[in-house]
Design a protein around this ligand. Structure first.
Ligand code: ATP
Ligand code: MG
Length: 553
C-alpha cells in the first residue's frame, strides 16, 4: 500500500456500539465478548461479512474478544468442507479468533444434561405426535395452539423415553423433546418449542456418537452462556426467538447471562444471498462452484479480486440499523474502485486486438517508461516494449466515426499511452469487409506522449507491442441477474443473465504476464483484473472503471 494511504476514519456510531459502550461505562461488563455463529451448511456470503465485521469489530475496538462458533446442530446439512471454508474466509476478511474456536457440538453432553434437567423440573416432555400434527396443533397468529395429548406425561416417563431416544431406539421423527411453556402464547416460538429431535446421521465432528440433536434455539443461548458471551448479536428474524432464548437461560443453571440484540440483515440489489439458494446455483451448475467470481460468497469475491479491505470498508459504510433496508450494490463497487484505484498497479492489455503497423518506424524497437500507478508515486515505473507492429483495442477504431468519436479513425491523430502520437493513413480489410489492420505513421518528436510544438490530441489509447505480447484468457463478468431485484416475482434462477460471463483471449504486455501475484491490477482504460488460480494465464475482471449499473437502469 502507498505511504499516503490515509489512516482509516473512526468506525461510525451505531446502536449496538452505543449499547456496548454504555455497558462498559456502567461497569456491567469489563470488555465485550461477542461471537460469530455460522452454521456450516454452505459458504459464507457478503451478508455474513457484515456480521463478522460487526462482531469482530466490536471486540477489537473495545478490547474484548470474538469467538468463532460453529452452530453445527444439524448433521444432515453440515460438512467439514464448509467448516474449513468458513475459517479460511473469516481469516481472509482480516479477523482472528485466536484460541476462541468453538463448536456447538462441543456442548452436546452439557446440553443433553440440561435437557434432562428441564424434564426433571417438569418443563419438558417427549411428544409422540408427527411433525405434521405438531405443526397443525401449533395454532396461528390469531388462534392459540392445542396441547399435545402427550403433554402431561410424568417426568419419569419423559426421562425414560428421552434416554431411549438417545440410545437410538426410535427412528427419525418418531418423537421429539419439547419445552413445556405455553400453547396459547402470543409468541409462537413459546408454544412448546421442539428442542431435541432424532436424526440418525453421521456428524462431521461427533460422528455416530449422537442420534438426537438439539435444535438452534436449544443450542444457541446456552452456548453463549457457556462461553460467557456478553452481547449475542444476531439478525432481526431472531427477535421473535428472544423470549425463548431468555426462557431457557432463566430455567437452566447457566454460568452467565448473555443478552441478545438484533440488527437488520445486509440486503443488496442485484444479489441473492441465502445459502439455500446459493447451493442450488452450485448444484444446478449455474456457476462453476462456490468460489465462482460471480457468487456473492466471500470465496467468490476473493477469487474475483475484491480486496478484503474494500469489503470491510463497505460493511462499515453500510452501517448497522434496526430496520431492514436494501443497499445498492453500486456502493460496494464504489468501495472496491476507490480501494483499487489507490493500490492497483497499472498495465496495458488489449482484450480484442486490432493490428496496427507503424509504417515509418524502422529499427528493432525500444523500451518506453510507463508509470506504474499515477496515484502512488512510490510505485515507480517500468519498461514496456514498443515496436513497428502494435495491437490496439478494436473499439478504439472507427472507419466512419460519428461526430463525437475522438479515438482512431482515418486521418485522425491520437496518443498511444506513454509512447507516441500516431495518425491513421490506411485501413486494410479482409474479403468479408472486416477491418484487419491499420497502417499508421508516428511522430518521433512525440516520444513519451507529448508534442514539443504543443499540439493536442483528443484521445489517448492503450496498446501492446504485437511481437512481445503474451496471450491470456480473460474472463469478463457482467451482472449475474438481469434485474436489480432477482427473484422478486418467483424463482431467481429465471432471472440469471445468460451473458454473465464472456471469455476472450487478450494480449498482455510482457511484465503483466510475468507477474505471479494474485492482487488486482488495472488494465489501463479497461478496469481492474486479478489473476485466477486456474492453471495457465487466466485473469478475472474484478470490476470495470465506471459504474455500469447506472447505465443499465
Ligand atoms: P442464510 O439465510 O443466508 O443461509 P443464515 O443466517 O442461515 O444465512 P448462519 O450461518 O446461520 O446463516 O449465519 C451466521 C450469522 O450471520 C448469523 O448471526 C446471522 O444472523 C448472520 N447473517 C446471515 N445473513 C446475514 C446478512 N445478510 N446480513 C447480516 N448478517 C447475516
Ligand atoms: Mg441459519
Amino acid at each position: 500500500m502507498s505511504a499516503e494511504t490515509p489512516a482509516p476514519p473512526p468506525p461510525p456510531a451505531n446502536f449496538i456500539r452505543d449499547i456496548v459502550a454504555d455497558d462498559l461505562a456502567s461497569g456491567r461488563h469489563k470488555a465485550p465478548v461477542t461471537r460469530f455463529p455460522p452454521e456450516p451448511n454452505g459458504y459464507l456470503h457478503i451478508g455474513h461479512a457484515k456480521s463478522i465485521c460487526l462482531n469482530f469489530g466490536l471486540a477489537e475496538d473495545f478490547g474484548g474478544r470474538c469467538h468463532l462458533r460453529f452452530d453445527d446442530t444439524n448433521p444432515l446439512k453440515e460438512e467439514q468442507e464448509y467448516i474449513d471454508a468458513i475459517q479460511r474466509d473469516v481469516k481472509w476478511l482480516g479477523f482472528d479468533w485466536g484460541k476462541n474456536l468453538f463448536y456447538a457440538s462441543d456442548y452436546f453432553p452439557q446440553l443433553y444434561a440440561w435437557a434432562e434437567e428441564l424434564i426433571n423440573k417438569g418443563v419438558a416432555y417427549v411428544d409422540d405426535q408427527t411433525a405434521d400434527e405438531i405443526r397443525a396443533n401449533r395454532g396461528t397468529l390469531t388462534e392459540p395452539g392445542k396441547n399435545s395429548p402427550f403433554r402431561d406425561r410424568s417426568p419419569a416417563e419423559n426421562l425414560d423415553l428421552f434416554r431411549r431416544m438417545k440410545a437410538g431406539e426410535f427412528p427419525n421423527g418418531a418423537r421429539v423433546l419439547r419445552a413445556k411453556i405455553d400453547m396459547a402464547s402470543g409468541n409462537i416460538n413459546l408454544r412448546d418449542p421442539v428442542i431435541y429431535r432424532i436424526i440418525h446421521a453421521e456428524h462431521p465432528r461427533t460422528g455416530k456418537q449422537w442420534c438426537i440433536y438439539p435444535n438452534y434455539d436449544f443450542a444457541h443461548g446456552q452456548s453463549d452462556a457457556i462461553e460467557h458471551i456478553t452481547h449475542s448479536i444476531c439478525t432481526l428474524e431472531f427477535a421473535d426467538h428472544q423470549p425463548l432464548y431468555n426462557w431457557l437461560l432463566d430455567n437452566l443453571p447457566v454460568p452467565a447471562r448473555p443478552r441478545q440484540y438484533e440488527f437488520a440483515k445486509l440486503m443488496l440489489t442485484h444479489t441473492v444471498m441465502s445459502k439455500r439458494f446459493l447451493i442450488t446455483l452450485v448444484q444446478g451448475g449455474h456457476v462453476r462452484g462456490w468460489d465462482d467470481p460471480r457468487m456473492p460468497t466471500l470465496a467468490g469475491l476473493r477469487r474475483r479480486g475484491i480486496p478484503p479491505a474494500a469489503l470491510r470498508d463497505f460493511c462499515k459504510r453500510a452501517g448497522v440499523a434496526r430496520a431492514n433496508s436494501t443497499t445498492d450494490v453500486a456502493m460496494l463497487d464504489a468501495c472496491v474502485r476507490e480501494h483499487l484505484n489507490r493500490v492497483a498497479a497499472r498495465y496495458m492489455a488489449v482484450l480484442r486486438p486490432l493490428k496496427v503497423v507503424i509504417t515509418n518506424y524502422d529499427g528493432p524497437g525500444e523500451e518506453l517508461d510507463c508509470v506504474n500507478n499515477p496515484e502512488d508515486p512510490s510505485a515507480g515505473s517500468r519498461k514496456v516494449p514498443f515496436s513497428r507492429e502494435l495491437l490496439i483495442e478494436q473499439e478504439d477504431f472507427m472507419e466512419n466515426p460519428p461526430k463525437k468519436f475522438f479515438r482512431l479513425s482515418p486521418g485522425m491523430e491520437v496518443r498511444l499511452r506513454y509512447a507516441y502520437f500516431i495518425t491513421c493513413n490506411e485501413v486494410i480489410k479482409d474479403a468479408a469487409g472486416n477491418v484487419t489492420e491499420l497502417r499508421c505513421t508516428y511522430d518521433p518528436a512525440t516520444r513519451g506522449g507529448n508534442a514539443p510544438d504543443g499540439r493536442k490530441v483528443k484521445a489517448t489509447i492503450h496498446w501492446v507491442s504485437a511481437p512481445h505480447a503474451v496471450d491470456a484468457e480473460v474472463r469478463l463478468y457482467d451482472a449475474f441477474y438481469i434485474r436489480p431485484d432477482p427473484g422478486a416475482d418467483g424463482d431467481a434462477i429465471k432471472d440469471i443473465n445468460p451473458k454473465s460471463l464472456e471469455v476472450v483471449t487478450a494480449k498482455l504486455e510482457p511484465a503483466l504476464a510475468a507477474r505471479n501475484a494474485q492482487d488486482a491490477v488495472q488494465f489501463e482504460r479497461l478496469g481492474y483484473f486479478t489473476r485466477d488460480p486456474d492453471p495457465g494465464l487466466v485473469f478475472n475482471r474484478t470490476i470495470g472503471l465506471r459504474d455500469t449499473y447506472a447505465k443499465q437502469a
